[in-house]
Design a binder for this molecule. Structure first.
Ligand code: NAD
Length: 254
């Protein structure tokens, strides 16, 4: 029996074949899950639709998590599709100028956008999916160690990830009585579309690969396999956690 057989999940955050959400989708599909996908806009639809169809997905719909009306339309379409067992939130955005230089220079609007799209969106998505998720359901969000420690150029996104991690705990407390779990995976750096927006990302990647106990960087499919654990009944007693999938980087001091 596969770990996600007879389970149906919604994946929010595939942009292309390099997306962490795509690694998670492939791992979930291998374990028997039936998946629905969202895409941000028409230009990304061109990339997301063929990927989703390659996993036999029948529900591929637009969703801008910064728009309540878009979340509401997404909810209505998912509701027609049927009940959910899990939701993957792999969404983040900050203005390019706020991922460079000094955090102190972040504008009010830049701060608002980063926190809205990267952190509040988890709360809004959880709310939109409440009632669609069956008891035993699981929500997984993606975070980064920059929530806990200062990472050069990560800046406002570190603050947004700190808010996301705290939101995971508060949502876990709210949804626990319905037997719905909420966790986060803190992934090590991976070269994706979003990562390209961070200045000197290649330095980050090289440093993490050298310093991590496993002496390399993590791969998308490894994040995917850990997500399968958190999305499946294997982790039925785990909620409100931030699970590091970073080749051990976070535990190293000097
Ligand atoms: P990615 O660019 O492939 O994915 C980011 C996704 O966010 C895209 O699909 C984009 O369309 C979506 N998005 C942005 N604004 C949106 C909006 N308003 N509404 C709906 N979707 C929106 O990059 P990724 O690195 O796979 O990022 C996925 C998640 O993983 C993010 O939360 C990111 O912070 C996190 N993460 C990434 C790394 C890394 O090194 N790449 C490490 C740790 C955590």
């Amino acid at each position: 029996m596969k770990l996600l057989e007879n389970k149906r999940g919604l994946v929010v955050g595939v942009a292309n074949a390099h997306s962490i959400a795509w690694g998670i989708s492939q791992a979930c599909h291998q374990q028997g899950a039936e998946l629905a996908f969202t895409y941000l806009n028409e230009s990304l639809e061109k990339r997301v639709r063929p990927l989703a169809e390659s996993l036999n997905s029948t529900l591929i719909i637009p969703c801008d998590v910064a728009q309540d009306s878009s979340l509401q339309q997404m909810r209505e379409q998912v509701e027609k599709w049927g009940p959910l067992d899990f939701v993957v939130h792999a969404v983040a955005f900050a203005q390019r100028e706020d991922l460079d230089g000094r955090f102190i220079d972040t504008s009010r609007e830049g701060f608002r956008i980063a926190l809205d799209v990267s952190a509040y969106s988890l709360v809004a998505l959880a709310k939109a999916c409440e009632g669609l998720l069956r008891p035993g359901g699981s929500i997984v969000a993606l975070t980064y160690y920059g929530a806990q420690k200062v990472m050069r150029n990560y800046n406002v996104m570190g603050v947004a990830k700190a808010a996301l991690e705290a939101s995971v705990r508060y949502l876990a407390a709210d949804m626990g009585p319905q037997n719905i779990r909420v966790n986060a995976i803190s992934a090590g750096p991976i070269k994706t579309l979003s990562a390209k927006g961070i200045r000197d990302f290649n330095d980050m990647l090289r440093h993490a690969g050298e310093k991590a106990p496993l002496q390399r960087n993590v791969e998308c499919m490894e994040v995917g396999k850990s997500a399968v654990y958190l999305l499946s009944d294997l982790s039925s007693g785990v909620t409100g956690e931030v699970h590091y999938v970073d080749c051990g980087y976070n535990l190293m001091g000097m």
